[in-house]
Design a protein around this ligand. Structure first.
Ligand SMILES: Cc1cc2nc3c(=O)[nH]c(=O)nc-3n(C[C@H](O)[C@H](O)[C@H](O)COP(=O)(O)O)c2cc1C
Length: 338
């Protein structure tokens, strides 16, 4: 399949995280059957790199309690702090080049990633990456943006447009722009990214989060980035709205909340052409990719035009006919309050 000028093996991609921060990690994801692999983000800031020294990760069960180490389950949420890759740029480019070559031989593109700090610096890094990877992803929606000033979460269309235009001018390969989910109008951000030259738009980044530990204090002793299967419908809200507003010619890359093949399919039905998965791999390892890819391919076999198919049945409230009897009546009855 082609997505924004990039040929990929299948729609199940590995998103950027510490799992794709080393040559070994990148190769393991390629070899496990990903459609594409996004490397861990870098930027120009020493502070963003130092941030990795205080990284912490808490897997949280349905009861909002933190799991014991090693006991995480696929459906858990993840609250974490993290920073950016600590390699010097030249060393990082060497790692990317080797992984990209390995991926190319197996039909799996390895994509470079930049989390926005300063736009001019991102442009310089993007230009350098263009020489070694077949595509670059620019994340302008870092959920740690308020706590870690060295990474930014842009929530206004003008700011997205300016940053993307600056980086676009320097990047000589397809440029994908990953947006935050927490902004008043993510569709406007997607339109701004596209107008400024993004070849595809990533929707949506994880959310800022906070979780008291009822034994005292707060989980991680700080705020963090939060993602869980419960975030899936929130991600799909913006994927579907963006697909409707921008149309099928703008490729969308879904992320945030896919843990199973069925979740990947829900992203596709909402309008995404590929899905970046991360937390499921943290919990079960890259081997989970084989299950996701097989499940998605089996379901899609013989089905055309699946991307965006759920939108045919979705209407604005004004287009929905009134119920013959109140829909809330059975709920009231079962609660014993009528
Ligand atoms: C520990 C961790 C580190 C991450 N680091 C980055 C990063 O450096 N750059 C980026 O664009 N996204 C980063 N992400 C976001 C993921 O790429 C992905 O979009 C997100 O985790 C949602 O997918 P999921 O629900 O499958 O986890 C990170 C996510 C996690 C959990």
């Amino acid at each position: 399949m082609d997505l924004g000028g990039l040929a990929t093996a299948n729609p199940v991609w590995v998103g950027s995280s510490e799992l794709t921060m080393t040559r070994e990690g990148l190769l393991a994801c390629v070899d496990a059957g990903a459609g594409a692999v996004v490397a861990k983000s870098v930027n120009e800031s020493a502070a963003a790199r130092r941030q990795l020294d205080i990284a912490a990760y808490a897997f949280v069960g349905d009861d909002r309690r933190v799991r014991a180490p090693g006991a995480a389950k696929r459906g858990d949420g993840l609250l974490n702090r993290s920073g950016l890759a600590q390699a010097e740029l030249d060393d990082w480019l060497d790692i990317l080049a080797g992984a990209a070559e390995h991926g190319a031989a197996r039909g799996c593109p390895v994509i470079g990633s930049i989390t926005l700090g300063d736009a001019a610096a991102a442009a310089r890094i993007g230009r350098a990456m263009s020489g070694v990877v077949p595509a670059v992803e620019l994340n302008v929606g870092a959920p740690h943006g308020r706590e870690a000033r060295a990474v930014r979460r842009l929530t206004e269309a003008d700011a997205v447009h300016d940053a993307v235009r600056t980086v676009r001018a320097a990047v000589g390969v397809p440029l994908f722009v990953k947006l935050p989910g927490q902004a008043s109008d993510v569709v406007a951000l997607a339109r701004a990214a596209r107008t400024a030259g993004a070849d595809a738009v990533g929707l949506v980044g994880r959310y800022p989060g906070f979780l008291p530990d009822l034994d005292g204090g707060a989980v991680l002793s700080s705020w963090g980035a939060w993602g869980s299967p419960g975030c899936l419908p929130m991600s799909l809200y913006w994927v579907s709205k963006t697909r409707l507003a921008l149309g099928p010619d703008v490729p969308l890359i879904g992320t945030n909340g896919a843990r199973t093949a069925a979740d990947v399919l829900r992203f596709l039905a909402s309008g995404a052409s590929a899905v970046e998965v991360v937390t499921a791999l943290w919990i079960e390892g890259p081997g989970v990719l084989a299950e996701l890819v097989a499940g998605v391919e089996a379901y899609l076999s013989g089905r055309d035009d699946f991307v965006g198919s759920a939108l045919a049945g979705a209407r604005d409230y004004a287009g929905i006919p009134p119920n013959p009897s109140p829909a809330w009546l059975p709920y009231l009855a079962s609660s014993g309050r009528n």
